[in-house]
Design a protein around this ligand. Sequence first.
Ligand code: TRP
Length: 337
Amino acid sequence: MDANTKPVILTGDRPTGPLHLGHFVGSLQNRVRFQDDYRQFILVADAQALTDNMGRYGKVHDNVLEVMLDYLAVGIDPAKSTIFIQSQVPELTELTFFYLNLVTVSRLERNPTIKEEIRLRGFERDIPAGFLTYPVSQAADITAFKATHVPVGEDQIPMIEQTNEVVRRFNASVEQEILVECKAVVPEVGRLPGIDGSAKMSKSLGNALNLSATADEVSRAVKMMYTDPDHLRVSDPGKVEGNVVFTYLDAFEPDTAMVADLKAQYQRGGLGDMKVKRVLEDRLQAMLEPIRTRRAAFASDPAEVMLILKRGTEAARAVAAQTLDEVKRAMGLVYFD
Ligand code: TRP
């Protein structure tokens, strides 16, 4: 397929920490799958990360390389996907500035994701304006590339709705179809729980297993993993629902018949946690070992990794500049040749 006829994906992450198994299941695996059939742009959202990290510049800066290493380690291929860094594409900021006039403050305050994040961060009435308006900057990220598909978790769906509102308002305001509406692509697999059994794996909850984890860390995480608290003796019947070890086996073990057997045996009684955990640990170690090896290889040459990011950024900038030019022309913002 010609690169220019492929549907376009825009996706990305805030570089605020190393990526974990939750990211792997929720997005990284799909990016590796999508990169052949889509023209895929992957955004390292360092500027968006600052909307709630002002002053923590070192953290954001240092995690850019970590996230790049995670991307390359899982098999995102810079020859197929364009990986770029947000702060070095000023066209995105310009688009944001114009789009802000198409969005009301009350609409932003009603964005369910923003509302929840404001609550979680305890901003109350002291909301940084940049944080409140990050959905608009996200609309710029997406529309600059005329993305048709945006892979996101459930919690990001309001961002896509708001992006499409901006698209419709802008196109109506200039009476031309310049910007393109996009579709959210939500992964079929459910969200991966934390190793402690809570609904979400997250760095801040301290229940994550990082993609860069050492073999020892993987081993320790599996040993700590939440199972069935009432499964005290091996002979006791155990519960598989809410049992993280089985949830992870469902997510990562391709031999589904074997997992079904283990579940049946566990539910009947006679299968100990230790044994199931050993099966899971073998699976996770086998899966993470090649990722860790590739990560280490890339980590030995950070300059090369940053060069990949630089080249991707140049390519992304050319596309964003084209869209910005169309947007400015449509608004009559051309004065000189
Ligand atoms: N909000 C995303 C996150 O928190 C990162 C992001 C920024 C993004 N701009 C985007 C995701 C555009 C999809 C599309 O990880």
